[in-house]
Write a protein that binds this ligand. Structure first.
Ligand code: FES
Length: 203
């Protein structure tokens, strides 16, 4: 058999010259076969559902900032010695000036009380007023004040200032102002008369 016959026989065996060429390539190490993707095996388990989204905890609003507490002084000082204890006996008053303040000190049931000396009606001297219990009456027109807290009982929207006061070593000492006087002045008298303050200079 000649070479031509041999090739023809092999070609017929491999389905023609194309098949014979593929077989030759395969033997030479080439794939000769069309690349095929490995079959995709179906997933053995069904796709897992999406992970549940965990709820985010609500962000709580910042705690309200509370207003700073007023700073309380360590004590009611500085205290100024103004008199010996016996100079303000029970039921009586004494008047003392510290800086720009005129202060009336009263003794009721052994305890001392200190208020602004100046009446908020027309500046009468409360230290010269009549004391009944904890109430002092102004010597000018009888407006009355509670010496414990400076409240004016005759004009309830007004008050005189209060001061810290104490006794130590047989002396009376006055400390800081602990409340303010109301600024308003004037008003009706208990007797019905009324002074117009701006005309006082012409009387
Ligand atoms: S000044 Fe005090 S009552 Fe008038």
């Amino acid at each position: 058999m000649g070479l031509r016959d041999l090739l023809k026989e092999k070609a017929e065996k491999h389905g023609g010259l194309r098949g014979l060429a593929k077989e030759a390539l395969r033997r030479a190490g080439g794939s000769g076969a069309e690349a095929t993707s490995p079959p995709t095996s179906p997933s053995s388990s069904p796709p897992s559902p999406a992970e549940p989204v965990q709820a985010v905890a609500p962000v709580s609003p910042p705690a309200p900032v509370s207003a700073p507490a007023p700073v309380k002084p360590k004590d009611d000082g500085p205290f100024v010695k103004v008199a010996r204890s016996e100079q303000v006996p029970e039921g009586k008053a004494g008047t003392y000036v510290i800086g720009e303040d005129a202060i009336a000190v009263f003794r009721v049931k052994g305890k001392l009380f200190a208020i602004d000396q100046t009446c908020v009606h027309e500046d009468g001297p409360l230290g010269e007023g009549k004391l009944e219990g904890h109430v002092v009456s102004c010597p000018y027109h009888d407006w009355r004040y509670d010496v414990r807290d400076g409240r004016c009982l005759s004009a309830t929207d007004r008050a005189v200032a209060c001061f810290a006061v104490k006794e130590e070593g047989g002396a009376i000492l006055i400390g800081r102002k602990v409340s303010e006087s109301s600024g308003e002045r004037g008003g009706a008298h208990d007797d019905g008369l009324q002074v117009i303050v701006k005309d006082i200079g012409k009387i």
